[in-house]
Design a protein around this ligand. Structure first.
Ligand code: PRP
Length: 177
């Protein structure tokens, strides 16, 4: 990809660092859920797909992978975090152990909404794994059980994160200047 030649992109997390961290998270989750049945990984469309697939390949325990799609209302800054479900889960998560997989937690508004929506379905457990955490941007205090990297407030692309749908497929995470 054009990243080496581009002065607009500065690599923040390399492909090797990503692979190492995903393997680490996969081991930790496999260990913690070793005695648990009915694990459902819920990937949030669309950004977390890359991480969720990689993470799933690093799990040594059985699981079901499912997807939930969300979209912001047209309210823009007036109604930040006003999101709705555009594609619901196919799996019934009642009495299942759910691990919500995000690429990034930023303000926490999306995660807060999703946790509320999933909690009322009565899962046996509901935890969160995010690859990136940007605590400086947080508006709502949300629980994060597994995290890959804490990063500073910047415009980040790659590994699922986009700028107008570009850069999602980059194998590194970069700051877009
Ligand atoms: C991103 C990311 C999270 C959310 C985090 O999704 O995947 O779901 O933003 O932001 P928050 O903590 O401020 O709520 P985005 O809305 O960019 O959609 P996408 O995954 O389809 O790119």
């Amino acid at each position: 990809m054009e990243i080496e030649n581009s002065c607009r992109l500065k690599v923040l997390i390399s492909e090797e660092q990503i692979d190492e961290k995903v393997a680490f998270l996969g081991k930790a989750i496999s260990r913690d859920y070793a005695q648990v049945r009915d694990l459902v990984l819920v990937a949030v469309l669309r950004g977390s797909v890359y991480f969720a697939v990689d993470l799933s390949r690093n799990l040594s325990i059985p699981f079901i992978l499912d997807f939930i799609g969300i979209s912001s209302y047209g309210g823009g800054m007036e109604h930040p975090g006003a999101v709705r479900i555009t594609k619901d889960l196919d799996v019934n998560i009642t009495h299942k152990n759910v691990l919500l997989v995000e690429d990034i937690v930023d303000t926490g508004l999306t995660l807060n909404y999703l946790l509320k929506k999933l909690r009322i379905r009565n899962p046996s457990s509901l935890r969160v794994c995010t690859f990136l955490d940007m605590p400086e941007k947080r508006i709502l205090d949300v629980p994060v059980d597994y995290k890959g990297f804490e990063i500073p407030d910047a415009f980040i692309v790659g590994y699922g994160l986009d700028y107008h749908e570009h850069y999602r497929n980059m194998k590194v995470i970069a700051v877009l200047k």
